[in-house]
Each structure stands twice: as structure tokens, then as C-alpha cells.
Design a binder for this molecule. Structure first.
Ligand code: ADE
Ligand code: ZN
Length: 335
């Protein structure tokens, strides 16, 4: 039997706030003497039936209220890296939402220092490496995003790049050209969510106006065959999150997911978990779901893992090491 949890993989679309499991929400609330608006774990879990992206974001932003100290961010990150490592994640490029914490009065240094310590301890314990990408909230202003980027620079936050998340439709890429230009000047990598609920024009816009190197989700690109050809020819990776797309009703069911179309068109597709505490699975669960649904072979799975290595911002040396690990895994599957 294929052991997807041992397939070495890289996770490149993961919101650390989306790894906040219900038990940790209750633990942290108790520690901080906070009242939660949920009667029990079961009551909280009952709210995980989402209608769309917005209905999810409301719960996601409400729950981050329990993250108050640097230690909370460390604990969250360490818990994620332990869980990810158990599922074969060898490297994770982790998103965080500074504005979701600054707006509650949490100091940026507490957020950043806590995350960095979690990454350090996670690597020491599991060997899984990680890097941080600061995401800006698309439903807030471009000026605020630029101000937050300057604050990150001022505190010497060791981020490798910037991203764009939150409410997509109605918040065009054009709001964020200045912050992406500044990130480029700083030598940072640039990614953005697009084509999750918005149409293919949202994907073209983040490519043309923000100069992103990969697109988070991007599933609605399939509505524009010329865009799909461009993604394939320019080898612009899509960070696809199948269970997220199902839970947020981007697709009616996994059977209708566009992953096979994108693979067939030659797009560099990668499999990721987005907000695993909310969507029913970590990286390996997402691989397993598409493997089952689309009868993927072990070499198809290895190819998806190779794609995640290619799409990452790792050094060529580390990429070569991980590609070698994937090939070793593949050989073991056929023995
Ligand atoms: N923030 C956390 N998860 C997100 C998603 N799937 N789309 C947009 N913003 C997000
Ligand atoms: Zn996301």
C-alpha cells in the first residue's frame, strides 16, 4: 500500500493561524482567562460547516483572539511542524497575517519572535525546516499593507516573502502595486492568493500587476485556456488546496476539482492544506484525497511532490536533496 505520509513533500500554502486546532483554542482561552463564545469543543466544531470563503474567514479571525503572547505563537508553530513532519513535510513556507494580530493590539515583535522560535524548535525536534511569508489582508488598504511591511523591515523580521490573502472578490490587485514594488526592492519573494473565488482575471492581474512568482489556489484559471497555457509555458506554479476548495464550496465535490485538467495542461500543480484545522486535513490528507479521487499512481504522487520542491523558494542544493529523497521513496513503493 502506498504510504503517502512518508512521501517527502514541501508545503507552500499554509496559514499558521489556520492550524489552530479547537483543543488549542480552548487551552489558550483558559490560560488567558478569556471567555469563548462556544459552549464546548463540539459546539465550536459544529460551526465548521462553511458556505464560502467569507463565512470561514469570520470564524478564522474570531479564533485568533486567543493568540496573545509570543509563547502562544511558538506553541502554535511547534504543534504545526510536529504534525506536518509526521505527514512527510520536509519544509514548509508558512504564511502569517500580521494585520490580524496588530489590529488586536498584539506587538509585531511578539508575533514574529514567537513564530521564529516555533520554527527553530520545530526544526531541532523534527528536522522539518521552515520559512515565513507575511500576508497582507486584501480587504484592507494598500497603504496599510505598505505600513506593515515597513514595520516588518524595522523589526528585522526574517521573512522570505510577502503574500496577499483574505476576501478576494472586489479587492483588486491594483490596490497593492506599491507594497509589491517595495517587496521587490527589498529582494523578497512575492506570491498572492488569486482565482480562489475570483475569476481568471484575478490571476492575470496578480501576475501582471504584482509580479508574483507563484499563485495561491489559482483554480479558476481553467476558465481561460490562454491563461492556462501561459501558466504552463512560464512554469508559474499553482498552490492548490483540494480539501479547502471543497469545504469553501469552490467546487461542488472533489470529483469536480480541476486538478486533473491543470495537470493535463502541463501546469506546475502542488498540493497543500491551506487551513488544516478547519478543512479536515493536513498535507498528506490532501494528497490522499486526490490520489483516491483521481486514481493517481505512485509516480503521479511523486511528481506532485517534485512540483512542490520546484515551486518552493529553497536553494538549488536543498531542492536536489529533496528530489533525491522523493526518488528513493518512489523506488521503495515498487518493491
Ligand atoms: N486566509 C486564510 N485562509 C485563506 C484562504 N483560503 N483564502 C483567502 N484568505 C485566507
Ligand atoms: Zn490560503
Amino acid at each position: 500500500m502506498t504510504d503517502i505520509a512518508t512521501l517527502p513533500k514541501v508545503e507552500i500554502h499554509l496559514h499558521i493561524e489556520g492550524t489552530l486546532e479547537p483543543e488549542l483554542i480552548f487551552d489558550l482561552a483558559a490560560r488567558h482567562d478569556m471567555n469563548l463564545p462556544y459552549a464546548s469543543l463540539a459546539d465550536l466544531r459544529a460551526r465548521y460547516a462553511f458556505e464560502d470563503l467569507q463565512s470561514f474567514l469570520e470564524l478564522y479571525y474570531a479564533n485568533v483572539a486567543v493568540l496573545r503572547t509570543a509563547d502562544d505563537f511558538t506553541e502554535l508553530t511547534l504543534a504545526y511542524l510536529r504534525r506536518a513532519a509526521a505527514g512527510g513535510v520536509r519544509h514548509a513556507e508558512i504564511f502569517f497575517d500580521p494585520q490580524a494580530h496588530l489590529s488586536r493590539g498584539v506587538a509585531l515583535t511578539d508575533v514574529v519572535d514567537g513564530l521564529v522560535e516555533g520554527c527553530r524548535r520545530g526544526e531541532a525536534e523534527t528536522g522539518t525546516t521552515s520559512a515565513l511569508i507575511a500576508c497582507f489582508l486584501r480587504d484592507r488598504s494598500g497603504e496599510e499593507a505598505l505600513g506593515v511591511l515597513e514595520q516588518l523591515v524595522a523589526v528585522k523580521a526574517p521573512i522570505i516573502g510577502i503574500g496577499l490573502d483574505s476576501t478576494e472578490v472586489g479587492n483588486p490587485a491594483s490596490k497593492f502595486t506599491a507594497v509589491y514594488a517595495r517587496a521587490k526592492e527589498l529582494g523578497l519573494h512575492r506570491v498572492a492568493h488569486a482565482g480562489e473565488e475570483g475569476g481568471p482575471e484575478y490571476v492575470s492581474d496578480v501576475l501582471d500587476q504584482l509580479g508574483v512568482e507563484r499563485v495561491d489556489h489559482g483554480v479558476r484559471s481553467v476558465q481561460d485556456p490562454i491563461l492556462v497555457r501561459r501558466l504552463a509555458i512560464e512554469r508559474i506554479p499553482l498552490t492548490i488546496c483540494p480539501l479547502s476548495n471543497v469545504r469553501l464550496k469552490g467546487v461542488a465535490s472533489l470529483a469536480e476539482h480541476v486538478l486533473p485538467q491543470l495537470i493535463a495542461a502541463g501546469v506546475v500543480t502542488t498540493i497543500n492544506s491551506d487551513d488544516p484545522a478547519y478543512f479536515g486535513g493536513y498535507a498528506e490528507d490532501n494528497y490522499a484525497a486526490v490520489a483516491g479521487q483521481f486514481a493517481l499512481s505512485v509516480s503521479d504522487l511523486a511528481q506532485l511532490a517534485h512540483n512542490s520542491v520546484e515551486a518552493s523558494f529553497l536553494s538549488p542544493d536543498r531542492k536536489a536533496t529533496l528530489d533525491h529523497e522523493i526518488e528513493t521513496w518512489l523506488r521503495l513503493q515498487s518493491t
